[in-house]
Design a protein around this ligand. Structure first.
Ligand SMILES: [Zn+2]
Length: 494
């Protein structure tokens, strides 16, 4: 059996000014990985591709891997990048294979298509009508009809932080093989609810998503081939942003629809619990300072969640860092500020030197009323590093993280990690690889929303959520929603 395994993965924040070109999909290489090099990179890793490869190898299938293209979340995908990736996948379908397994995000918007994945699947379907296709999607997928209608099976993550990427792909892959062998007859039902759950309220350690995902897993034990509740990605101004559900049944449309309807109804009932409320920044930082004085020995995390790069943030906003400096918190490690210019300057003066740099606040954010400003920092360059480290936590275990050239700038009380490539801090390696032991700090500032929990929640005494600035703003009134279907909760009273 010959199986095409491929990845085209991007979560698009349509309000983000960060450009999504082919280089962003290439992980620091010239082009996205292909073929044997991609297989070697992803085999055995805690990723969707790792899961698909495992299923194929267990089945003794021949694997064709035309492209492995995953980019960190950012603005709409440039047409050239989309065409490059889609062409390779469609060509592999046309060349002939028995089935296809796709690692897609589900919230990709390109310059030309609001449903990037739907467009890809339409093209694959017309190149190879009748070919079975398995799709594994992120929990933040914003589903469109074409994404479901052109797939044979669809599965979604049950966890956020996403620690079940590999098993989500394995589930899709195994179902696909059973369908190819004629053992099952997958029937899919999907639908959405008019709601935009807030990302800060979507974690599966917390109610209501913990219970919703548990119910989906229970359906899978009770006969559903797959049951997935997608909380969706609200920072995308497209008609189908928001919550949706997909159920796959064996030959029984009525059961698939009943499972789908139940998931949507339960989520709708819980809609108020998905609303997030903010606190003024000055108050949050003061509260963190107090908590830090009371809890020596375990760090207090200050979460700079308006600027989470894994939701499309520029990672160069400075409001939370500036407030930490202003209120005089001590023994702080901050990750991180994206500022390649500042890194270059610090690399030139070298480790051990004193410098004054204008940090961050450089990327204009036309979607926001108020822009972030650079913060002037005087300190000592503690370290210059190549910024690579092996991921050790479930989300990317086995893969190499690449922060680009990285500098640690120390004011004394505050160590700031300044990076040249966007990486969300979910793995402690982002600190330890540059000589900072996060467990020994009184405070950690992290530009993250929920994924930090994988690597940092366990070491912290408290977490204080700080409303900074950025395109992941929790103040929806700041964003001009024009395309999303209305009415939708909580933008409209319902
Ligand atoms: Zn996600």
């Amino acid at each position: 059996m010959r199986i095409v395994v491929a990845q085209m993965s991007h979560e698009t924040n349509t309000f983000s000014p960060v450009v999504t070109d082919l280089a962003r999909f290439s992980g620091g290489r010239e082009r996205p990985l292909e073929g044997e090099a991609a297989v070697r990179t992803f085999r055995g890793t805690a990723s969707c591709l790792g899961g698909f490869l495992k299923v194929c190898e267990e089945a003794g299938a021949e694997v064709v891997l035309p492209v492995a293209a995953g980019a960190p979340p950012s603005g709409p995908v440039e047409d050239g990048a989309f065409e490059h990736i889609a062409d390779r996948i469609v060509a592999a379908a046309r060349a002939g294979c028995d089935a296809m397994m796709l690692d897609l995000h589900g919230a990709m918007v390109t310059r030309s298509y609001e449903d990037g994945e739907g467009e890809l699947l339409r093209r694959v379907r017309s190149a190879a009508p009748g070919m079975p296709i398995a799709v594994a999607l992120d929990m933040h997928a914003n589903l469109f009809d074409s994404m479901v209608q052109n797939a044979t099976v669809v599965t979604g993550y049950h966890t956020y932080p996403h620690v079940d990427m590999d098993s989500t792909a394995e589930r899709a892959g195994r179902l696909l093989l059973r369908a190819v062998r004629g053992e099952i007859d997958p029937v899919i039902a999907w639908g959405n609810a008019p709601m935009l759950p807030h990302v800060m309220r979507q974690g599966t350690d917390d109610s209501p998503n913990r219970e919703l995902q548990a119910r989906a897993r229970e359906m899978e034990r009770d006969g559903a081939l797959a049951a997935s509740l997608f909380t969706g990605f609200p920072h995308a101004d497209i008609p189908n942003a928001g919550l949706s559900a997909v159920a796959v049944a064996d030959g029984d449309r009525g059961r698939a629809e009943a499972w789908r309807d139940e998931l949507l109804a339960r989520a709708w009932q819980a809609r108020e619990s998905f609303v997030y409320r903010t606190e003024p920044l000055e108050q949050s930082v003061a509260r963190a300072k107090e908590l830090g004085a009371r809890n020596p020995g375990k760090p207090v995390i200050l979460l700079d969640h308006y600027d989470n790069t894994a939701s499309g943030g520029t990672m160069d906003t400075t409001e939370v860092l500036a407030e930490i400096l202003r209120q005089g918190l001590e023994d702080v490690a901050a990750f991180g500020i994206f500022d390649p210019e500042a890194v270059e300057r610090m690399a030139v003066v070298g480790a051990g030197s004193e410098v004054t740099v204008s940090l961050g606040g450089k990327m204009p954010m036309p979607a926001l009323r108020e822009q972030s400003r650079p913060v002037e920092v005087t300190g000592r360059v503690k370290r210059i590093a190549d910024g690579r480290f092996p991921a050790t936590v479930a989300m990317s275990r086995g893969l190499t993280m690449n922060m680009g050239t990285t500098a640690v700038l120390s004011t004394g009380p505050v160590d700031i990690v300044v990076i040249s490539r966007h990486v969300e801090p979910f793995d402690p390696g982002c600190f330890t690889s540059v000589g900072i032991d996060p467990t020994r700090r009184r405070f950690l500032m992290l530009k993250s929303r929920v994924h930090y929990r994988v690597g940092f929640r366990g070491m912290a005494s408290e977490v204080v959520e700080c409303a900074g600035r950025g395109v992941c703003t929790s103040d929806y009134s700041e964003l001009a929603f024009r395309r999303v279907r209305r009415p939708i909760y909580p933008l409209d009273p319902m």
